[in-house]
Ligand binder design. Structure first.
Ligand code: AMP
Length: 371
């Protein structure tokens, strides 16, 4: 069987790497000639609005999927006429706009921060009075890794925030004084079977994920139940097929939804070594109509992102239980170029290994209070 992927970044690359043992073949569409999935799959170089290239991607494949959510709606529609497309284009459209996304959460009874759409400075001023400060002003579309966001602490921040972001549709959200950020990765098959990975604890710096701990060390039955129930509602409502990730804030023992990603997710990379079936393999199983694999965690895992440059290979491999993943990308400031997964049977071993790995990716051993 053959899979087409819109986008040829590291997610497409890891999908292909997971798919080869299943006897799958891959072709990816990406505007960049050096897209890193092109090292492990046939690369069709072209723009996402290029109809000829989109048809070429769909030609001869059993299914088309995505490695990012901001695929132009017209491209998803065109592909869906040619071939099966999963996740469904409607789910992409939901995730592309924070207002649609939050409205869907709200309709499904999934708690979110209070929010208001903002299209003028006057609307921003009156929304600030209703929502109260601190609050976070975000672009509705095309925000990622904390880009396109402004934290409003005082009334004096309104004007500069509007100047910085106000040229596009915005959303104002109440600031959540959360204790932790967590995420859940779930997968739904073509016939509606659903499986969930354990909840994961995430640590960001400058809006970029740096460390995930899986399973979430402070997991409670209540949090697990909420995460799985909210994921189930979203998957069923969108008639979803494939992997879906949802990011939450933990506040006083309950979850508040931040956003969802209709694709395999950075906070699920630990599943390659840390779960019985990786998120990448399960996404492929789901979209190809194959039985899902077990999402059970094998012991404890920590995933560290490598941002800007790769750490020394030998130094990482010297840490027992550490697994090195280079994405084949050239180093550049702020770019995700690889990750390390540390797997251990005991939490003490995990903590000891993390203390050795954190300095290799630019942090002190106690940077996240978990080493
Ligand atoms: P996002 O792009 O929406 O995932 O936001 C990036 C990061 O900003 C999140 O991981 C949080 O750390 C922080 N953040 C976003 N929205 C809020 C909020 N409403 N309250 C508190 N922190 C937030």
């Amino acid at each position: 069987m053959k899979v087409g992927i819109v986008g040829g970044g590291q997610l497409a690359r890891m999908l292909a790497l997971a798919g080869y043992p299943l006897n799958l073949r891959f072709q990816v569409l990406d505007p960049a000639l050096d897209a890193c999935a092109g090292q492990v799959a046939l690369l069709i170089q072209g723009d996402y609005s290029d109809e000829i290239r989109l048809r070429q991607l769909a030609d001869g494949v059993d299914v088309v999927t995505f490695d990012f959510e901001n695929v132009p709606a017209a491209a998803a529609r065109l592909l869906a006429k040619e071939v099966a497309v999963y996740p469904p284009p409607g789910a992409l459209a939901m995730a592309q706009d924070r207002m649609f996304e939050k409205t869907l959460f709200w309709e499904l009874g999934i708690p979110t921060p209070t929010f208001a759409t903002i299209d003028s400075l006057e609307e921003l001023r009156s929304a600030v009075l209703r929502i109260e400060l601190p609050a976070v002003l975000k672009t509705r579309q095309l925000g990622y890794d904390g880009k396109g966001q402004w934290l409003l602490r005082s009334l004096g921040d309104i004007e500069p925030a509007w100047q910085a972001l106000g040229s596009v549709p915005l959303l104002l959200e109440g600031f959540v004084p959360f204790q932790r950020e967590v995420s859940v990765v779930a997968v739904r098959s073509r016939d509606g079977e659903i499986a969930f990975y354990p909840l994961v604890e995430n640590h960001h710096r400058d809006g970029i994920l740096r460390l995930s701990l899986a399973p979430y060390p402070a997991l409670t039955a209540q949090l697990r139940q909420e995460a799985w129930e909210y994921a189930r509602r979203l998957l069923d409502r969108m008639n979803y097929v494939g992997v879906l990730a949802i990011e939450f804030f933990v506040l006083d023992g309950h979850l508040i939804a931040n956003e969802m990603a209709p694709r395999v997710h950075n906070s699920g990379h630990w599943t390659i070594e840390g779960a019985e079936t990786s998120q990448f393999e399960n996404h492929l199983r789901a979209i190809l109509g194959l039985p899902l694999g077990s999402t059970k965690a094998i012991g404890h895992s920590a995933m560290l992102n490598c941002i800007g440059e790769l750490p020394d290979l030998a130094a990482v491999l010297a840490v027992p239980g550490a697994h090195y993943h280079a994405y084949g990308k050239s180093p550049r400031s702020g770019r995700k170029v690889g990750h390390i997964t540390l797997r251990a049977d005991e939490t003490e071993t995990l903590a000891a290994g993390l203390q050795r790995l954190l300095p290799l990716v630019g942090f002190s051993p106690d940077a996240f209070g978990v080493g």
